[in-house]
Ligand binder design. Sequence first.
Ligand code: SF4
Length: 306
Amino acid sequence: MSGYLFGPVPSRRLGRSLGVDLVPFKTCSFDCIYCQLGQTTCKTVERKEWVPIDSVLQELEQKLDSRPDYITLSGSGEPTLFKPIDKLIDGIRALTDVPIAVLTNGSLLGDEDVRAELCGADLVIPSLDAGNEAAFQSVNRPHEGVSFSDMLAGLRTFRRHYFGAYWLEVFLLQGYTTSEAELADIRRCVDLIQPDRVQLNTVTRPPTESDAVAVPFSRLEEIAATFTTPAEVIAEFHSDHALEAGKVSREEVLELLRRRPCSIDDIVAGLGRHRNEVLKSVEHLAVERLVEGAQVGDKLYYRATQ
Ligand code: SF4
C-alpha cells in the first residue's frame, strides 16, 4: 500500500519538504473559497485513523533516503482529523531525526486532545484567515461544529502549552479581508495568540471560487509592516526558489500539456503523480508563462504555450 507521501517538494518555508497525507482527498473541517484543491467533498470534524498508520510509516521509511529538510503533516485535507497523530509523530521519531512540521487550519485546536497530540511536533503552522466570525464564515465556510471563538481560544491555549516553533499563516483575500476594519480584527487576534511569527499568503493557484482574488505583493508587504509580531510575505509569486526536486514532474507535466490541454485531475491521473506535486509544477510553469489556464464550463484546463 502506498500513496500517503509526496515529494520532497520545494517549499519556501520548509526547504525540501516530504509531505504526508493523513486523510482522503478533500476531507476537511473547512471548505475555503480559496482552496486550490477544489470544493471539500467530505466536510467533517470526526477524528479517526483515516489512513492506516503502519502503512504510512512503512512508506515513509522507504522515502527517507530522499533526505528531506522537514517531514510535513499536511496534504489534501486537514491533518489533525487523523487520530492518533501523537502516535504517528512518535513513530516518525523512531525512524528519523528529520524535524516534523504540521500545517493545520487550526479548527480543532479548541480540542484539548488535539493540542496534546501536537505537542511532539517541532513546528506547528496553523492558519487564521479572518479576525471575526462573519469573515471566518465567508472565507473558510467551516463545518457547523467549528466556532470561531473556540478556535481562537484553542490557538491561544496551545501557545501556552507548546514549546516548539509556532508560526501563524494568514491567508488574505482582496475585498474579503483587506479593509482596515478586517485587518484590525486580524491583528487583534494575532496579538492574543502570540505566535513566533506571522506569514502572509494569498491566492497564487486557481482557487475554488472565482471571487477569491489575490492581494498584490506590494500591498501584502505594507500589511506585514503593521503587525507587532514579526511578519513576512510567503506567497510564492516568483519561481526563483524552484529547486531540483520539482524538476522531474515539471518536465513530465510540460510534455503532457504539449500533447493536449488537461485539467489538474487529468494530469494527476495521467502521470500517476500526487496532486500537490502536480499543483506545484503547474504553478511554477504558469509563473514562467510556459503554460496557461483556460476555463471551459466549470473546469479549468491548462495547455503549453510553446
Ligand atoms: S483548510 Fe486547507 S484543505 Fe481545507 S478547504 Fe481550506 S485550504 Fe482547502
